[in-house]
Design a protein around this ligand. Structure first.
Ligand code: NDP
Length: 288
């Protein structure tokens, strides 16, 4: 809505992108950052610079926080009056800290939503971008339009930890795949190849992963781990080859050794004839 008031606290690249998106949408934007200088361009575009955090939070019904982590909120807000305010903390953190932060804010009279942003700053305000949001549904519904201006909101339920949980689950996939790419490139380089040399094959492998997830999910959820198509013992042998290729190349083997140890443990536990998905139960310390 034109003229709606919103405050953005925390003006790193992400907070600045958010403040810019609100300016683009014609909102009355108030900004505040701990250190000076990061708001100059925003002020030049018409944002209001709050003299202090209390003034920033009082300026708008809705305050969006974009800080290094969730706990930075405590020191930032201090004893600022929050009664009747709506805080949306879009800083990344672990689910437990998001829950504690919700309790902290609600005890001070604020309505509180937590969020995990799935795109880099350049994705804010762009088609196809998304943010996980969780917290009280009525607060979400009331402020949904303002949050959708940043990225399409994906409401993950009332538990304030859930936006961060979904975010961290994606990050598990992201970081392990990204590190896997670095590991492969390190082995390639030790053998005189470049990242460009292996890129076509890396791209192919990345594309096939969706098929593994899609095919595996219903069987995993049904707790069916039959090894008709793929036996853990075969996978464990393959994982050993990976480890030894890296070792023979003189590359660090810390990650791959931990990986091989997990598969070995699965075979030693007696699951060699099952699917490798049986490892999920081992990883989760579930009764096997
Ligand atoms: P920055 O680290 O650049 O900005 C962090 C902000 O937090 C600044 O306003 C900074 O203030 C403030 N800050 C840092 N430490 C403290 C502290 N101890 N106490 C109070 N305030 C503090 O981060 P980004 O803007 O890149 O990201 C913000 C959030 O968005 C993060 O949680 C990040 O995980 C998430 N995110 C970022 C993405 C990205 O690509 N950038 C992508 C997806 C999510 P000051 O300027 O004074 O240092």
């Amino acid at each position: 809505t034109q003229g709606a008031r919103v405050t953005v606290v925390g003006l790193g690249p992400m907070g600045r992108a958010m403040a810019n998106a609100y300016l683009d949408a014609g909102h009355e934007v108030t900004v505040w950052n701990r250190s000076t200088g990061k708001d100059d361009e925003l002020v030049a575009r018409g944002a209001r610079r709050a003299a202090g955090i209390a003034e920033a939070v009082a300026a708008s019904p809705l305050t969006v926080l974009s800080l290094i982590d969730v706990e930075a909120m405590y020191g930032t807000l201090g004893d600022t009056g929050l009664d009747g305010r709506v805080l949306v903390n879009l800083s990344s953190d672990v689910p437990e800290k998001a829950r504690a932060a919700a309790r902290w804010a609600e005890a001070r009279g604020a309505a509180y939503l937590t969020g995990g942003v799935n795109v880099p700053p350049a994705g804010i305000g762009q088609e196809g971008s998304s943010i996980f949001i969780s917290g009280p549904r009525e607060v979400y519904e009331e402020h949904r339009a303002a949050l959708d201006l940043l990225a399409a909101t994906d409401y993950r339920g009332a538990d304030p930890g859930h936006a961060q949980l979904y975010y961290q689950l994606n990050m598990i996939l992201f970081w392990t795949a990204y590190t896997g790419w670095y590991q492969a490139v390190a082995v390639a380089r030790a053998n005189g190849l470049t990242a460009a040399d292996i890129l076509p094959y890396a791209g192919y492998t990345a594309d096939t992963m969706r098929g593994f997830y899609t095919g595996g999910a219903p069987l995993i959820d049904a707790d069916e781990h039959g090894g008709e198509h793929e036996r853990l013992a075969m996978c464990a042998a393959s994982v050993e080859h990976v480890l030894h290729t890296a070792a023979d190349s003189g590359v660090d083997t810390g990650i791959l050794a931990a990986h091989a140890a997990l598969y070995r443990r699965g075979v030693e536990a007696g699951f060699g004839a099952d699917s490798s998905s049986r490892l999920i139960r081992l990883l989760g310390n579930e009764a096997t």
